[in-house]
Design a binder for this molecule. Sequence first.
Ligand SMILES: [Zn+2]
Length: 462
Amino acid sequence: MIATDETVTPMTLEWQQMRKTFHQSTTLAALVLAGWQMGMWLARAFVEYELNQRAQQPEQWGHCCECGTRLHSKGYASRRMLTLVGWVEWRRRVGRCPNRCGGSQVVPLDEELGLAPYQQTSMELMRLGCLLAVFLPFGLAVHLLEQLSGVSVSDAAVWQWVQHFGGQQMAQVQVEVNDWQQGSKPQVEVMDEDVATLPLLIGADGVTVPFRPHPKSNKGKIIYQEIKVALLTRLGNRLKRTGEQVTQLVQRRLVAVRGTVNDLQPLLEVEAHRQELTKAKQVVWISDGARGFWRLFERCFAAIAIGILDFYHATEHLYAAAEAYGSTVKNRTPQQWVIRLRHQLRHGYVHHILNEFAALLRYASTPDAAKPKLRQVRNYLKIHQQHLQYRQFKKLGLPIGSGMVESACKWLITQRFKGAGMRWSEPGFDHLLHLRVAWVNQRFDELFADHPLSPTLYSPNQ
Ligand SMILES: [Zn+2]
């Protein structure tokens, strides 16, 4: 080990200076930081040494892609790249067709290392930058990247990484949607059999995000655009210490798009297929009253799923009816009436409410002013009658509120995209959204490499 150390770490001034700083450190914190810097310095030196070693290996030159002649070495050229351990530079062979065909230049070592021609930053560093930007505004992401790794990059660099990898993910999603629309099925996600058979809950909601009126400038009136978000999750059970059973969301996946319910539909269908909707012992749809989502439900899931209208949303309609009617009648406050209606709704007596409303609409004693609202609410309840069977839903252990969909929206959209003063460009938003969705769906790392890229700590005494 020491021999290797000496081979790669000649006693340079830099190294001696670091050792000096290390020995002069008094506090533990200073000692650790100085030691860490030496570790990084060594890591960088090892990587550089190894790259230059590999570049010495004899090369098997292939043939020109244009004319088929065997390629020749043009000699060595250097390459420099920013990595998690700092700037690394090495010299490697570059080959070209002796006939000087255009596009015949090859760098076998770069290809082996998984490097693209104009890449300036190593993958593990770009992944870390993108990961931070998934959660934080770009300026803050850059600051924390420097605090955590010591590597300093510009806001624009991290922004570009997000555009690149987010764009890649977006294209991938588009391919899946096109394949789906042409009849081929996406690959299903591997999950345990006892997870696959749990009830699958699907819910959707919308939220608006502020956009710039002009792509390049923050000036002018903000344009709000609708973002549609859908949640797909298995409903598991967890036993609390008190012995109480609580619902636990398992295999939680999100789907989101800037656009309409129609734009959301194919994405949701693809994800539902990937989550093996057919294996779930029950499929449940939950959403608030928005008509578009219920049309989507009718088109895609009504044949197999139980539809649940968010309970709190349904009671809002009862309040509206009670207000219109109750305030016209003496000796009965709207509050009293609505408490009873709510109770009836909660315990599965929608038909009683419908009958009561029908009777009120027939009675001459009912004030005319209240009738339009009563009629409207009655129609609404009638359309959704099957989605208001809350007693039955509770008995089946299903949720009656769409709170979990709303919190998914809050996390996915509000927290990152609606910060003070934020205005998005369409591509800027779309790319970051796709990275955030990939992260929550546990598909983030595969965007960067087919092997794990999280830095790990070497701690023998663990
Ligand atoms: Zn050639």
